[in-house]
Write a protein that binds this ligand. Sequence first.
Ligand SMILES: Nc1ncnc2c1ncn2[C@@H]1O[C@H](COP(=O)(O)OP(=O)(O)OP(=O)(O)O)[C@@H](O)[C@H]1O
Ligand SMILES: [Mg+2]
Length: 217
Amino acid sequence: MRVNVTNLTFGYDYRTVLKDISFSLKSGDFLAIVGNNGSGKSTLIKCMLGINKIPNSKIFLDDIDITNYKNFRNIGYVPQKFDDFNYEFPITVNEILSASRYSKLSEDDVLLILDKIGILELQNENINNLSGGQLQRVFIARALMNKPKLLILDEPTVGVDKENVTAFYKAINELNQEGITVILITHNLREADCHFTHMISLHNGEGVFKEVVREDE
Ligand SMILES: Nc1ncnc2c1ncn2[C@@H]1O[C@H](COP(=O)(O)OP(=O)(O)OP(=O)(O)O)[C@@H](O)[C@H]1O
Ligand SMILES: [Mg+2]
């Protein structure tokens, strides 16, 4: 998916969080967003997902203005984790994944994703019985259920153990190589062993966008 952000300024109430942010991505690009706590990383992606309301003509996904965008099934989103997140109802991993699945992903493809993310054995578990890291991996798998063209990952591996972090980034790299655009927020670029093509550093609301030139190319 192509992404275009042009002169985006956004704030909550009277306080400006993002100042005049512009960048664009082609299909298959991989953007890392970095910056201190409170620098506006999650705010930026919430603008891109239409969660934060913004004026027309600031953000386009595949040339469609986000304010008119309907096809959110093309986007896989792993929101930032909150420790006090609590489900009040019993539902199994399989049920939560099926409920989030609109694409004609074959059963085999679904099992492949569960295997890659390491939750194959958890399919019939009640989500209230999962550990924090296991639940986070269910959210990751959920984001992959609809063959997304754009993946937006907000600190997706917080609470996930080292082995599963490695497996996760391997899967993300593979998806990216298949042409999926990926946007990743992280505080740990080294842990995210990914082939980034672009980077945005946010600081005091300003964003510095740059292309990443790899040394081995
Ligand atoms: N819904 C909201 N209403 C009011 N202010 C908000 C809201 N969400 C975020 N903010 C404020 O906007 C600023 C940016 O928050 P944001 O969550 O985008 O930061 P972040 O870069 O994702 O930080 P972190 O690394 O801690 O996740 C912060 O000062 C925060 O307090
Ligand atoms: Mg955040």
